[in-house]
Ligand binder design. Structure first.
Ligand SMILES: *Cc1c(COP(=O)(O)O)cnc(C)c1O
Length: 236
């Protein structure tokens, strides 16, 4: 593990944390309420060792198999799943991940609940409900109406801890154009929590292109990949 690589990741981390602090200052928020999840998909375990040494302690992956290869090599990391989860990989995901951010249907939540009962009895699994705020056919997630309808049953699942909501912003050139999506997620969370306060207050929103805007709009988790690790190969 090269000290150069560690220093480079430490600089990238500092830069992102400064942007988060600046956005918090603009919004009158406390920066300690925002968690940086470093999205490490396609990044080798070797490079990730340097990233962890530089202080990036919470990593996010979007594929179960890729995580299965990395998790044993990187002790002490908190792992988030941020990608789609097929039913045949649910149990493995519950074994590997500390948080599942991408719960996109009631069926998936029920399967996660059953696996969590077996894999980690007595320790409800922290999850986020992924919401397709803009009703974008290219994106996964509950529609806002669907999550409101499913909320009572979701919140009754005994082996899951519903920490809050997650969304993916619009892919737009101007990050300001992602703002309405983030604002809508926050408003939806407030509406759902007014109806049932068992839903937690986590808002996972914002990626490399738009995390500062997301923090201004109330993000408590930002998911940042390229701004920390550089561009991924095409398709990554
Ligand atoms: C890849 C990914 C990210 C990170 O995207 P960057 O543009 O690299 O910051 C965040 N969230 C999800 C769900 C992702 O798949």
């Amino acid at each position: 593990m090269s000290t150069d690589a560690i220093a480079e990741f430490a600089r990238a981390r500092e830069h992102v944390l400064q942007q988060i602090a600046d956005a918090c200052a603009r919004a009158g928020r406390d920066p300690s309420t925002v968690t940086l999840v470093a999205i490490s998909k396609t990044v080798s375990a070797d490079r990730l060792r340097a990233a962890v040494a530089a202080g990036l302690a919470t990593l996010g992956e979007n594929r179960v198999q890729e995580a299965a290869d990395k998790v044993p090599l990187l002790p002490g990391v908190t792992w988030h799943l941020v990608g789609p989860l097929q039913s045949n990989k649910v149990r493995r995901a519950v074994e590997l991940f500390d948080v599942i951010q991408s719960v996109e249907s009631l069926g998936l939540a029920r399967r996660l609940d059953r696996s969590a009962a077996q894999v980690r009895p007595g320790r409800p699994l922290p999850v986020l409900l992924q919401v397709n705020v803009d009703d974008d056919p290219g994106k996964a997630g509950f529609t806002p109406d669907a999550v409101a309808a499913a909320a009572p049953e979701l919140l009754d699942l005994p082996n899951l801890r519903m920490d809050g909501l997650m969304t993916i912003g619009r892919l737009v050139a101007d990050p300001g154009l992602a703002r309405p999506t983030f604002r809508a997620l926050r408003a939806l969370a407030e509406r759902l929590r007014a109806a049932d306060d068992r839903l937690g207050g986590v808002l996972s929103m914002g990626m490399s292109a738009d995390y500062a805007v997301a923090v201004e709009e109330g993000a408590t988790i930002v998911r940042v990949g390229r701004a920390l690790f550089g561009d991924r190969a095409a398709g990554g």
